[in-house]
Design a protein around this ligand. Structure first.
Ligand SMILES: NC(=O)c1ccc[n+]([C@@H]2O[C@H](COP(=O)([O-])OP(=O)(O)OC[C@H]3O[C@@H](n4cnc5c(N)ncnc54)[C@H](O)[C@@H]3O)[C@@H](O)[C@H]2O)c1
Ligand SMILES: [Zn+2]
Ligand SMILES: [Zn+2]
Length: 375
């Protein structure tokens, strides 16, 4: 069938919205008509080359934070029906590999192995092709910047038909990743002092996760005033324009103890900022690295002696250490109960044709999250 998608033709060029050819779903695959797609910073990293080697080479279809409606089922997909509402997990959960079986489906071996090619998990081939027949890889095996896509059933989470699909898309990456970075990876405990560095789609969810877990202090750090204001609405207790500013206030805010948890959710991580963030942490602090550093940045520098003397920990967090089949419905229920604010995370909506405008707004610090809505 013919459909339309935003294709990355070359690194560091705008997304090209074009007509593409989509094959029917193969065995174990699902054709989905997209309803909404969040514009996460990771697609920006795919575009600007920061995560070269982790994502498929151009030409590829972007987008990995999506929701939609099942339109056709490939052979053997017996747990879904046409018309079902779904959210995609940006990392598939095969349910059978060592990581999935161990309760860490965010690290699913089968899914991650296919990431750099962006082919279909089942047979390493492509369902998406350009109008002139070129194969198109998929961001995170999904390609949610498209009116329709074909994905493996391992990426699909069924949700209730009366849950709003425009909000649901956020659970495909940003909200689960940010919230999980606080609740699961950082393991925030009641009364702790938490700092969140970078208040975008992930950071605003991390602030809410830290608050929900009972943090006494949630300090939101972002150079953009609008982000700091929103963070206070999402439950932050303090807001600072920079790590230096937070450091200067640390005596008053943390009784000189330093932060128990520091969660990194900046647009692009870098060694020197991580080093500063490390110093915000107090004794036994956990520094959670959720934001992506450029793959070109080979090493990070942190004072090793302080790792030992203060028993600090620096840990990575992928997809918030969450398990999508449990956590996507769980977080949606928190939203429906009024305990998780997804409504205010969507600052502005766009059509697929406006995708480059949406990413410009991200660069200009205008959106907590921009979301593409499909007809
Ligand atoms: N680990 C994972 O599983 C995972 C999943 C999704 C996204 N990510 C990554 O997480 C990061 C955040 O993604 P996002 O979509 O929320 O991005 P975003 O662009 O929406 O938000 C980033 C925020 O960081 C702020 N910022 C920039 N420099 C800063 C600094 N020096 N100090 C404090 N704040 C600063 C920006 O003003 C912005 O508000 C990206 O690197 C993204 O690729 C990781
Ligand atoms: Zn993402
Ligand atoms: Zn798996």
């Amino acid at each position: 069938m013919k459909t339309r998608a935003a294709v990355l033709r070359e690194t560091n060029t705008p997304w090209s919205v074009e007509e593409i050819e989509l094959d029917p779903p193969g065995p174990g695959e699902v054709l989905v008509k997209m309803a909404a797609s969040g514009m996460c910073h990771s697609d920006e990293h795919a575009m600007d080359g920061h995560i070269a080697g982790l994502v498929p080479p151009a030409p590829m279809i972007g987008g990995h934070e999506g929701s939609g409606v099942v339109q056709e089922l490939g052979a053997g997909v017996d747990w879904l029906e046409v018309g079902d509402h779904v959210v995609f997990g940006f990392i598939p959960a095969c349910g059978r590999c060592n990581s999935c079986a161990g309760g860490h489906s965010n690290l699913c071996d089968t899914g991650l192995a296919t990431f750099p090619q962006g082919t279909q998990m089942a047979d390493d081939t492509y369902r998406h092709h350009s109008a002139d027949g070129e194969d198109l890889g998929l961001m995170c095996l999904l390609g949610t910047f498209a009116e329709h896509t074909v994905v493996n059933e391992a990426s699909v989470i069924k949700i209730d038909k009366d849950w709003p699909l425009d909000k649901a898309c956020l659970l495909g990456c940003g909200v689960v990743t940010g919230w999980g970075s606080a609740v699961y990876t950082a393991d925030v405990q009641p009364g702790e002092y938490v700092a969140v560095v970078g208040i975008g789609g992930l950071g605003s969810a991390a602030v809410q996760g830290a608050k929900m877990a009972g943090a006494r202090v949630v300090a939101a750090i972002d150079p953009v005033e609008f982000k700091r204001e929103k963070a206070m609405e999402f439950g932050a207790t303090h807001a600072f324009a920079s790590i230096e500013e937070a450091q200067a206030a640390m005596g008053d805010v943390t009784w000189d103890r330093g932060y128990d948890k520091v969660i990194m959710t900046m647009g692009t991580g870098d060694s020197s900022t991580l080093g500063q963030a490390f110093n915000l942490g107090g004794k036994r602090a956990k520094i959670v690295v959720t934001n992506l550093h450029s793959t070109a940045e080979g090493t990070i520098e942190i004072p090793a002696i302080m790792l030992t003397m203060f028993e600090k920990q620096v840990v990575g967090s992928l997809f918030g250490s969450a398990n999508i089949r449990k956590d996507i419905p769980r977080l949606f229920e928190l939203y429906l109960a009024g305990q998780l604010n997804l409504d205010d995370m969507i600052t502005k909506t766009y059509s697929l044709d406006e995708i480059n405008e949406g990413y410009q707004a991200m660069r200009d610090g205008e959106n907590i999250r921009g979301v593409i809505l499909y007809d």
